[in-house]
Each structure stands twice: as structure tokens, then as C-alpha cells.
Design a binder for this molecule. Sequence first.
Ligand SMILES: [Zn+2]
Length: 155
Amino acid sequence: MVDALEPQLESMIGGKPDGRPWQAYRKLLRDAGLRPTRPRMALGWMLFSKGNRHVTAEMLYEEAIEAKIPVSLATVYNTLNQFTEAGLLRQIGVDGARAYFDTNPSEHHHFFIQGDDELLDIPMSEPVLDRAPEPPEGYEIARIDVVVRLRRKQI
Ligand SMILES: [Zn+2]
């Protein structure tokens, strides 16, 4: 049944994705403990075939619609959350209403450009924190996410 997936996805997306075989996406999902369903394969291809990127559920949903991939916004949300739980994506909260998902799950910090709503990686060579704060009694730091907000200089 899974073997029928490839031609279906190819016709949905309109050709083989960027020369990278579907096998790689199937393995990616399987290795993460996720069944390679059609929406997961299609959204996985959209997420991981374009290098490191930061997307919101709405951005990915719009791309899916343009690529004529029949998914609902709820499916996009669910898939992004499943990918995040499986460690394939990292979720970055920028404001209360919106979460960005990063295809690079390694630890790094971000610039957020206000107005453009764009998230950029801060190069690892740039110091962001001199020293981590001391956590309260009984806690340890799980991860540090720094979002540095930028705005254009007034001319
Ligand atoms: Zn990032």
C-alpha cells in the first residue's frame, strides 16, 4: 500500500521533488517513529527539501494549497506538532498567538524582524548569553531559546 504513495505524491506535487528520492523522506519519518502517511510525506517534503527554514502553520498551509496538496489547516497543525514531538522540528514561540517551526532542531538562537514577521538564525559565533541564569531550586535548564527582536533603524 505504501508503494502506491510515490506516484500519488508525484502527481499531487507535479514531479519528483528536487531529485531527492521519496525513500529518504519515508526513512526520515520511520526513523522518527512516524508512519509515512500521505500528508506527512507531502508536508515533510515541503519542509525538508528547501534547506533550513522557519515556517508557521499558516505559511505551510498556503504553500500546500499552492502546490495543490489537499490538506486542511488542522492537518498542518497536527503534523507540525507530531514532527516537533518526534524531534524533527523545533518550535519557537515568538508571540502568544503564533509559533514558528524550525527545520533545524539543533540548539541555536534567533532574530525576529518585527513588521516583516521573519525569523533568522543568529550565527553560532555570535555571543547571546554570557552566562545562563541559575534555575530555581529543584529545576534544571532544559533548553535556552533566545529571540532577539529587530526593527528597522529610523532614517
Ligand atoms: Zn533557526
